[in-house]
Design a protein around this ligand. Sequence first.
Ligand code: NAD
Length: 489
Amino acid sequence: MVSRVIPVEDFDLVIFGGTGDLARRKILPGLYRRFLAGQMPDSSRIIGAARSEMDDAGFRDMVAEAIAEFGGDEGGDAACLKRFLDRVHYVPVDARGEDGWAELAKLMTRKGCEVRAFYFSVAPGLFGDLAERLRLHKIADRDSRIVVEKPFGHDLATARDLNATLAAHFAEDQIYRIDHYLGKETVQNLMAIRFGNVLFEPLWNAHYVDHIQITVAETVGVAGRGSYYDQSGAMRDMVQNHLMQLLCLIAMEPPSMFDADAVRDEKLKVIRALQPIASDQLVRGQYAAGDGQPSYRDDAENPDSRTESYIALKAHIANWRWAGVPFYLRTGKRLKARASEIAVVFKDLGHSIFPEDESRHRNILSIRLQPNEGIDLQVTIKEPGPGGMRLVDVPLDMTFADALGPEAEGVPDAYERLIMDVIRGNQTLFMRGDEVEAAWAWTDPIIEGWEARGDRPVAYEPGSSGPEDALMLLHRDRRRWRDIKTEVA
Ligand code: NAD
């Protein structure tokens, strides 16, 4: 199977914060990979803009180092890298002052380039300054696009402010709010599986689905970014955006077409149909010290911290399709494996014709985001060989690396895909302003609830599956979490 690379239109992409961590780890190596794949037109330019004093040559050295350190040079050679770096420029710019803006404006006067995109890879506190100055200096016009990173607000009020600030200078169809989970191959495949096959959609409802689990587990702690994380916590940092987006794609009604607003309208309806969460539907945890590693509170340098590094909750969507079906969400740091998965657990057979008690056999559709992006469907078959009609569950594995062979390696990572979508002007995989606000409107009262009650997170062992209380959340419902594991069974 050969994946097709369709070049995008000629573009100029300005990366504000081009010297920062995100640009070096993800954006710049990703752009080089797209260049190597032939997707980036020869005349296109990438312009770093940040506070550091540097010239083109200095920035090109930095970009080359970032590519060498964070990958992206597979299949390229020195000549390719040079051709890419020739397209890279740098302007020192101060978002908060006037320095550098005239130079940037001058650089952006290139004729014949239709697409101008501005990636705000800087702290959200600078978004308003950048938006305003881009307009003031006539660097951006009605056709330009801006890309903004998470976190998009700290709560509903700040998200509204941020939306209003951006809306003062750019229309909604110019604003690309990144949630990189939406750029993952498997997440899009989730839509293909649901809406491109006749098999699944008839079963995708409360009649056939027992429950759904969404897990995003990490092995790392918060060391190095503890003071930022302590102001945020797992609910704000992960659930309000990434897990919520996954939930939306799993639960939404089929859009009438695969179009940005049609998809986002359906996602919005899911968020608005989420019921409030009571205190017994939620468990928060903090990792304890262990394995020679510090505790969460030590990493956060806050001995009294009440911020959660783990959260598990049971959500319900109040509509006809999902009435009574629990959605169990959990995410945490310092867990036993780095694994992200959505599992659709179907109901038991209504009646088993087989001799032994087969109630334990269930169909499970599991969508793995990492590692080994792929989808598998657990089906029940006869155990091979003599010995009567004994049943066994086996996965029908659709790991892309196996199905697509070497071509799977050419699959762009989330950032690459999303940046190319910005250039194409396709907003389907970006969050709309009203979606983000609706997500905060659901999240805020949950956080306010535990703050008002003075709840403290419970401690959990590092390297475990999370707090015992989180296991109980499902046991009470006679269900179990799926194992958090790195390798597919
Ligand atoms: P960083 O601190 O490493 O880099 C910040 C960049 O902003 C630098 O290039 C700096 O020169 C520039 N900058 C700071 N003040 C400026 C000013 N006044 N004018 C012009 N430029 C200025 O930050 P980062 O980790 O790259 O994160 C950037 C954004 O991306 C943040 O909003 C962050 O929340 C978000 N984000 C980062 C990651 C990540 O993995 N690093 C992941 C998701 C989201």
